[in-house]
Ligand binder design. Sequence first.
Ligand SMILES: Cc1cc2nc3c(=O)[nH]c(=O)nc-3n(C[C@H](O)[C@H](O)[C@H](O)COP(=O)(O)OP(=O)(O)OC[C@H]3O[C@@H](n4cnc5c(N)ncnc54)[C@H](O)[C@@H]3O)c2cc1C
Length: 499
Amino acid sequence: MLGQRRSLAAVEQEEWDLIVIGGGITGAGVLLEAARRGHRVLLLEQTDFAWGTSSRSSKMVHGGLRYIAQGDIRLTRHSLLERERLIRELPGLVERATYLFPLRKGVFPGRWPMKAVLWLYDFLAGIRDHRYLSREQVLQRVPDLKGDDLTGAMSYTDALTDDCRLVMRTLLEGCRHGGWVRNYTRVESTSRDGDRFRVQVKDRESGETATLNTHRVISATGAWADRLSGSDPRVRPLRGSHLFVDPAKLPVKDCLTVMHPDDGRPVFVFPWEGVTCVGTTDLDHPQDMDIEAAASHQEVDYLLKLVNTQFTEHPVSREDIYSTIAGVRPVIASGKGVDPSKERRDHAVWGDNGVVTVSGGKLTTFRLIALDALLAAGLLDETTHRREQKSDAPGFTPITDAPRAVESFMQADQTEPAFIQWILEQEAVVHLDDLMLRRTRLGLLNPAAGMAVLEPMKAAIQAQLQWDDQRWDQEVRRYLDIHQRYYGVPAAEPRKACG
Ligand SMILES: Cc1cc2nc3c(=O)[nH]c(=O)nc-3n(C[C@H](O)[C@H](O)[C@H](O)COP(=O)(O)OP(=O)(O)OC[C@H]3O[C@@H](n4cnc5c(N)ncnc54)[C@H](O)[C@@H]3O)c2cc1C
């Protein structure tokens, strides 16, 4: 079990086989695959688990139709096989969902090209789930969709998850195999000492520092990877933002792909944990990576424009948005300065002076990315790597001694007392924002930062975390400040006065 945070002194005493830097899905995957093989492995996260990109994705466990469109059959096939594996192994956390691709008169791709692509997509996954829906059938399923030039839709399936809970579940599995994890612990630097490494770390809560000893280091620091890699910069940080909208104002039952009227980019509108999610954008992110990413007012305008031109019934305004979220995609740059949406989304593994860096890729393929990183770090040989890539052996074993929501989060009541108690006991919550924004999504899925749902949980949280009233007030202030700055709805730019 994850349990409470361990003291720095306890982790300093150990001689580690592997230290993993970064507590997103990539680091979690590396922890799990290393611990499963009996290595003594410690994962360090500078803020909270899944605080980086892995809590801010589009939540899709998918093959990615865009990869087929870009001719990347290998990435699509790998992603699809991993998707099927995760649906099988984590029912209730990774769930198959229906996707609709509306077809419009004179707009490419039409019915037959889409059918050919979806035939291949299903073939690569080993399923047959796609079909054509007539205009009437589409409007029955999505009555609010603009019908003017609609001719029908292609329906197919992919999967949805909660990215944070997927990270927590993977960390938990890694810990069940003997792995250790620590959040709010930043790696300041690494240095080589013969065949070992010294890893300088700082506890961001207490300010304590320590030097840890390990035989190998894997940096899974995503968009931050260039900082510790010691080699030339390779990551092009691209920001993508989403809106979480009142479902009464934008009701959808399926995941819709709609084309933005300004630039023809596909944007998803989909039901997620009781709200409607709209995204994403795709922009260069030159901002300081020490500051949490946030959606700009232009991105909110862009996504609202899509909604209000593609759906007819209820105009959606800023007041209907509960929250926003922005993530920075660690795209491995082609160096050609191409349009952000044209950069490849594959991962890369590279090394310098023995520190292996892994960045890029997708949530969906975290197991394969982890195997590549372990191969590069010399913790897996070529034969085992090849065998494991294709292996059907289960990656997760069911948890039977936890509240149902731990395994079936997508169908859970996130305020269920037993579940909250489990999180507080088992999931190393340090701040209130860890609980409201990542362990649960209550702060994103409710109006006014979810303060109304937080209030009834106050006594349980205070008792479990031993927070007196002063600490509680501090935590609430901190949480609301973070929410307003990085998860709120930026006001529209004031119109410039004429003359
Ligand atoms: C808008 C958007 C939508 C996406 N949608 C999808 C999707 O639908 N499906 C899909 O499969 N993929 C999707 N992706 C891609 C996917 O989210 C990412 O590839 C994945 O989350 C990256 O995980 P990671 O662990 O590599 O990085 P991160 O999750 O960013 O983790 C890296 C961690 O390293 C930590 N760190 C950095 N420096 C240090 C240090 N010095 N010491 C300790 N810790 C450190 C950071 O705090 C961070 O938590 C999307 C990405 C974006 C941006």
